[in-house]
Design a protein around this ligand. Structure first.
Ligand code: ADP
Ligand code: MG
Length: 704
């Protein structure tokens, strides 16, 4: 049995009631299998004692101490209590608690003289060393002599997993849930053959899962993590190897391949499209369209070839199918190139589907298609999970009857009840957001709608430039087309850095732009503020209130993030697009695809929390019209050397490929905090950049 086949609902674990179950669902954890696959994002190594004497500002202690004294602080509900403790290292320190936490430190439980475990950060304040964020101290003995405990470790001296959390689930709860879940993973299978595990010195799946959640040492945690990441890559590379093999069978024998120059002659519908555009195509667009044309023609010619034609020798039987990755920076004109592909497919009598990862993007594509393809006679449709009842019925019928040439939508395009007349081309936007399963569903739809069954051509678009080295490892089965130049008439974006604390200058600048009728984005690393002991961060919710009621009082502001309903997101983006909203406070949900030519300011606060590629994508949201645009990266005092280099790079260039290569260079292994994934692929915990050595290993072993 595989991990994901453990379908016992989490609610059957002790302590997981309906409330906790629904909160866990926010983390995509519904079954015990999901829970076991919810790996720690890091570990807290408490295998060493850290005496109070080693404290520095904000430094941690993890020690055994005795209570020397207790004192009340203040009065009433706001009051608290503090305990004076020492651990025999020559330092005395206060544990101070307020409100409910103070009640917990009651005298009966914590009498003077008691021996307790102390874990927390300490700092020097008000003339004494003290801690307010210590953990509930476990009582080791109600009285005793500290000397007897000199060599004792405090309880909880383990490598503790630190899990990604959601509101309403605490770290302690999560650990308890996981400990129970571990009882279910006996005998689970992995996908890496035993022989390879042995050769690579990796753990079996069962051992890896156990050790990931309950490691004895930091080294064991590390090995568990490596083993799990390796497995993810291995599965991916196996799948890739199979696709490459299948593709090799389609290609004509060595030597007979036509020198790929593409086909620059346009088909009738493409001519119409070109004629109706208010602008000329860029050279790169022309080249890419020619490359795609050649693929499409070859596919249809193969299929049209009379049966029994064996001129292609042994490879006969499998018709050629396009599998092409179209890369180009945001706004470089990829979607338009894809419309040309759909136009050509239509002239061959086929249907095309344009798949986007979100409802919003799908809607934008549909609008863009309606605008650009109006004069071509191409028949358009739109289908997402939100298209219901009568509307849905009509679209499905039109697709089945072949009355639609291009349908834009989300994965709803491939749900079970959707039948195509002749699906010949699937265009996948932001391809890295889709997994193998979805890709297979698309291929199946194409097979079902053709006879003899043949897979649809695939055109995958990515605005995340993928460095060549990585592209081969991840997409070795795809042909590549690249658009490097942006359409003319665009002014380069001006990028500025600002230190947190001096951001009012930025706000003032933005206000002047707003007064001139322009619009602005403000992006934050978090939706809401939480009090989890981490560093305080500005959040989209807080800043939305702050901007709306203060700095930008009088301007229309809106808030958008992944927890805003899709309907509301759509309405907000439409209003933003129509200029009814001037300021959009957001998280990185707006990273891809949003296209508003009048938005001239992008302000990313806590820029140090975002990856290089994410920052690049965010910057790409402005500068999309003829207006001069500005991007401000506001960074906090947590800027690391890597962070500084990221900022320098972004100041120096806007070339996505250069940035991607640099990202690969800078992001050293071990950066598992991965605050903002750059998003090359949707793997689980594996990161193709940070873990690229494991990726290479898996590729070698999988024979890809
Ligand atoms: P991408 O999909 O690469 O992000 P789009 O195809 O959506 O880019 O193009 C971005 C914008 O630029 C669209 O509004 C599109 O109509 C416009 N555009 C595309 N090609 C050209 C061109 N050759 N000249 C001028 N504008 C163009
Ligand atoms: Mg796009």
């Amino acid at each position: 049995m595989f991990l994901e086949e453990i379908e016992t609902p989490v609610s059957s674990l002790r302590g997981v009631g309906e409330g906790a179950a629904s909160r866990l669902a926010n983390l995509d954890v519904r079954t015990v299998g999901d829970l076991l696959g919810h790996y720690p994002s890091r570990y807290d190594d408490r295998t060493q004692k850290i005496p109070l004497s080693r404290f520095r500002a904000g430094g941690r202690a993890h020690t055994v101490a005795q209570i020397l004294d207790r004192k009340p602080i203040g009065f009433g509900a706001k009051g608290g209590v503090k305990l004076l403790v020492t651990d025999g290292s020559g330092v005395e320190a206060w544990l101070a608690a307020f409100g409910k936490r103070a009640l917990y430190l009651g005298e009966s439980r914590y009498p003077i003289g008691a021996i307790i475990g102390v874990t927390g950060s300490f700092s020097y304040k008000y003339g004494a060393i003290q801690s307010t964020d210590f953990e509930a101290p476990p009582v080791i003995a109600r009285r005793g002599s500290l000397g007897d405990y000199r060599n004792a470790m405090p309880p909880d001296s383990a490598v503790l997993p630190v899990y990604p959390l959601t509101a309403g689930i605490s770290q302690v709860q999560m650990r308890k849930f996981l400990l129970q879940a571990l009882g279910y993973c006996k005998g689970i299978d992995g996908r890496v053959p035993q022989e390879i595990l042995a050769r690579r010195g990796l753990l079996s799946k069962q051992d890896a899962v156990l050790a990931a959640h309950r490691p004895a040492t930091p080294a064991q945690a590390d090995l568990a993590r490596k083993s799990l990441i390796y497995e993810e890559f291995f599965v991916f590379q196996k799948d890739l190897a199979a696709r490459i093999q299948a593709r090799k069978r389609q290609l004509p024998p060595e030597g007979t391949a036509q020198a790929g120059g593409g086909s620059s002659r346009l088909s009738p519908t493409q001519e119409k499209l070109l004629g109706s555009l208010p602008f000329p195509l860029t050279d790169d667009q022309n080249r890419v369209i020619a490359e795609i044309n050649a693929d499409i023609d070859r596919g249809f010619e193969d299929r049209a070839a009379p049966a029994g034609d064996t001129s292609a020798g042994d490879s006969a039987g499998a018709a050629f199918t396009m599998a092409r990755l179209l890369q180009g920076d945001v706004g470089s004109g990829k979607t338009l190139a894809a419309f040309f592909a759909a136009a050509r497919v239509r002239d061959w009598g086929g249907q095309s589907a344009l798949l986007a990862p979100t409802e919003i993007l799908a809607r934008q594509h549909a609008d863009k298609a309606a605008e650009l393809l109006a004069g071509t006679g191409l028949r358009l449709a739109f289908l997402t999970g939100n298209v219901k009842a009568q509307g849905r019925k009509q679209v499905l019928e039109a697709l089945r009857e072949g009355e639609v040439d291009l349908v834009a939508g989300t994965h709803a395009l491939f749900s079970a009840d959707v039948v195509y007349r002749n699906l010949s081309l699937a265009i996948i936007d932001e391809q890295h957001r889709f997994g193998v399963l979805q890709r297979n569903a698309i291929i199946r739809k194409g097979m079902e709608s053709s006879s003899p069954p043949s897979p649809p051509h695939l055109l995958m678009m990515s605005a995340t430039p993928i460095p060549r080295t990585l592209a081969i490892t991840l997409f070795g089965d795809l042909d590549m087309s690249v658009i490097r130049t942006m359409p003319g008439g665009r002014l380069p974006i001006k990028t500025h850095l600002a230190e947190m604390g001096k951001e009012t200058k930025v706000y003032d600048f933005v206000r002047r732009e707003l007064e001139a009728g322009r619009q602005a984005y403000f992006v934050y690393p978090r939706i809401e503020s939480r009090d989890d002991g981490g560093e305080p961060l500005k959040s989209a919710e807080d800043m939305y209130d702050y901007l709306r009621t203060g700095v930008f009082l009088g301007f229309a502001c809106a808030l958008i993030h992944s927890r805003v309903s899709e309907d509301d997101q759509r309405r907000i983006l439409r209003d933003f697009h129509e200029g009814k909203i001037q300021v959009l406070a957001a998280t990185s949900v707006i990273e891809v695809g949003i296209d508003n030519p009048r938005a001239t300011c992008m302000v990313v606060e806590h820029a140090e929390r975002f990856g290089l590629s994410a920052l690049h994508q965010l910057r790409g949201r402005v500068g999309r019209g003829g207006l001069q645009s500005y991007c401000f990266f506001v960074y906090g005092d947590n800027l690391t050397d890597d962070g500084k280099e990221r900022m320098r790079l972004l100041l120096g260039t806007t070339d996505g490929f250069e940035i991607a290569e640099a990202d690969l260079r800078i992001r050293g292994p071990g950066d598992i905090r991965g605050i903002q994934q750059s998003g090359y692929l949707t793997l689980g915990i594996a990161d193709p950049i940070a873990d690229r050595e494991l990726l290479e290993m898996a590729r070698e072993d999988a024979g890809a």
